[in-house]
Write a protein that binds this ligand. Structure first.
Ligand SMILES: C[S@@+](CC[C@H](N)C(=O)[O-])C[C@H]1O[C@@H](n2cnc3c(N)ncnc32)[C@H](O)[C@@H]1O
Length: 262
């Protein structure tokens, strides 16, 4: 019968080190290396899963030929059109509150506007602001191609922070900001003035606030810092119901409530 404790070192006589007890330096280095490798593998597999999940979400949102054409025009003009999933979320949010009056900052070539108009009520009006007249002309053509009569869209040429203060207080159901990230906190203040109770503010590029987008010295870019600040302000405001949606470039959304909930 085999002895209870083998004399063969690697079978039974080896003293088992407690996991918390440090091993010899070379073994420790090997363990550390293995730990890092395993950690990287776990992160890599998560990244892979995340990429697949995000791709699935993008593909779930169906663009028709008009939206695809508007998005491609925007890509050619380098106006960074919203992704299909981001657009579908805008349409969903506009439809969920029966939006009749929506303000958009950053018309681009019309992609987000078409998604918004498709969620808004019949005979509602989208007010869209941009500093580029060429983009707005392309957007106007895109809205027409999508079947929206000219009186459904009010295009205003100018800087968002110059135009928004001229719009009527509490007269809008939704404000969508897709321009000038460095000014997001200022746009939030304007949006809260423009929104009726129950209205929704939405910011695009919200995932820019993620820490991985910090610069080489770990100091965030001004745009990134402003997106973070807007996200913090939205989350800390007791009169807002916040939500961060990981679609497209990320949407930071909030419902404007009258008073804090219990
Ligand atoms: C990301 S693109 C908008 C894309 C558009 N929402 C779409 O989905 O097609 C940003 C737009 O903001 C405009 N823009 C930049 N700074 C602005 C400002 N201060 N006020 C208004 N528009 C501005 C740019 O001309 C550009 O068209």
């Amino acid at each position: 019968m085999a002895p209870a404790c083998s004399a063969v070192p690697h079978l039974g006589a080896r003293r088992v080190r407690h996991p918390a007890e440090p091993g010899p330096p070379r073994a420790r280095a090997a363990e550390a290396a293995e730990h890092v490798t395993r950690g990287e593998a776990v992160i890599a597999s998560r990244d892979d899963t995340l990429a697949h999940t995000l791709a699935h979400i993008e593909q779930y949102a169906v663009e028709d030929a008009t939206l695809t054409s508007a998005r491609r025009t925007g890509q050619r003009a380098e106006s960074s059109p919203i992704s299909a999933a981001g657009g579908a979320a805008l349409r969903f949010l506009a439809a969920s509150i029966g939006a009749r009056a929506v303000v958009e900052v950053g018309t681009g070539c019309g992609s987000s506007g078409i998604w918004l108009l498709r969620g808004m009520r019949a005979e509602s009006v989208l007010t869209s602001v941009d500093i580029e007249p060429e983009y707005q002309e392309l957007a106007r053509a895109a809205y027409r191609d999508a079947g929206f009569p000219a009186n459904r869209v009010r295009l205003i040429l100018g800087r968002g922070l110059h135009v928004l203060p001229r719009l009527t207080d509490a007269a809008y159901d939704m404000v969508f900001v897709d321009a000038e990230t460095a000014a997001y906190p200022a746009y939030l203040a304007e949006a809260l003035r423009l929104l009726r109770t129950g209205g929704i503010v939405v910011f695009n590029n919200a995932l820019e606030a993620a820490t991985s987008s910090d610069g080489p010295l770990s100091a965030p870019e001004p745009g990134t810092a402003a997106v973070r600040e807007a996200a913090r302000l939205v989350r800390d405001d007791e009169e807002l119901v916040p939500l961060l949606l990981p679609v497209g470039e990320g949407l930071l959304a909030a419902i404007r409530e009258e008073a804090p909930r219990d």
